[in-house]
Design a protein. Structure first.
Length: 320
């Protein structure tokens, strides 16, 4: 129990992925290709290194350091002091929209980004504390920058797939890191996520929240929103979820989450493992209007199959 409590307490949202994933290759075959069991082949370490360098050269101009001033109140001292919060962000449009964390930007008095050493004033279009995402708009665009498009990934990555991140730790230059995709998880201990977060073994430190995480094809997988330092890992909000949050922050400045008007419970099943049933229908809510009754089994919400409580939360996340 103490170990669990320590892990839960160590899970935190970031103002802040810096880690190195090591690739061990034994006996590389001809043309720089390593032969694996079962006849599968992978490129050798040198090819992976070249790809990492290519990604850095491609996206170095995408990442910015985000600085925001705010006021921190201290009830004990009966006063307040101005603070500067620092994180990572990246351009997601050619119009100057920047994605970062709500931890940095929400409630800020002033915000600016630093791109290749030069500051650019920005404003906060909106922030969502639930997912720890904020959207900024830079007033004056850098002369040369690269936007990372929010293109949904067709399917969840396979466990063990390599990931690549680029962040601005501390006051250092943009720093790349390699890691692995570990899992898609709906919670961390008792802390429930609004949708499935992807865990990657890329450690995050000060200034690295808001960093983009990509696959080796250069496609955005997600953005770092939380760290689990005890296992040198980070949680990223997947790109599909980012798009849903971005749209509402862009047009409304806030996120309105779907409401179905029901409560559910999970029951064990010898064949399927677990099943989800409606335990309560809220009077006057959408579920009652749709004819849902207590005891009904939930099989699907929209396009999302339901097999767990986390599935219900994730499906509800995308309901508008």
């Amino acid at each position: 129990m103490r170990s669990l409590l320590r892990s839960v307490c160590a899970f935190y949202y970031l103002l802040i992925p810096l880690s190195c994933g090591w690739v061990y290759a034994a006996g590389a075959g001809p043309q720089g290709v390593q032969e694996l069991a079962g006849g599968r082949e992978v490129h050798d370490y040198a090819a992976l290194q070249r790809r990492s360098v290519e990604l850095f050269n491609q996206y170095d101009a995408s990442v910015v350091r985000v600085r925001a001033t705010g006021v921190e109140y201290n009830p004990a001292a009966q006063g307040a002091k101005e603070t500067v919060r620092v994180g990572t962000g990246f351009f997601i449009s050619t119009e100057g929209h920047v994605l970062t964390t709500a931890t940095v930007a929400q409630g800020a008095r002033s915000v600016w980004v630093e791109h290749r050493g030069r500051p650019y004033a920005a404003r906060v279009l909106g922030a969502d504390a639930r997912t720890n995402i904020a959207l900024l708009k830079v007033y004056e665009l850098p002369e040369l920058f690269v936007a990372i498009p929010l293109v949904p990934i067709a399917k969840k990555p396979e466990v063990g797939s390599m990931v690549w991140s680029l962040s601005c730790p501390l006051d250092l230059n943009p720093t790349p890191a390699l890691g692995l995709f570990c899992a898609a998880e709906g919670n961390f201990g008792p802390r429930m996520f609004p949708t499935y977060y992807w865990r990657v073994d890329v450690a995050s430190g000060p200034g690295e929240g808001g960093a983009p995480v990509l696959d080796l094809q250069g496609r955005l997988m997600g953005v770092v929103v939380a760290a689990v330092p005890e296992i040198r890992s980070s949680y990223i909000l997947p790109v599909e979820a980012i798009s849903r949050i971005r749209d509402e922050l862009l047009f409304d400045g806030q996120v309105d989450y779907g409401y179905m008007g029901l409560e559910v419970e999970e029951k064990p099943d010898l064949i399927r493992g677990r099943r989800i049933f409606v335990s309560q229908v809220i009077h006057g809510g959408p579920a009652e209007d749709a004819g849902v009754q207590v005891g009904d089994e939930l099989l699907r919400i929209g396009d999302y199959p339901i097999n767990s409580l986390a599935d219900v939360r994730s499906a509800s996340f995308f309901v508008r």
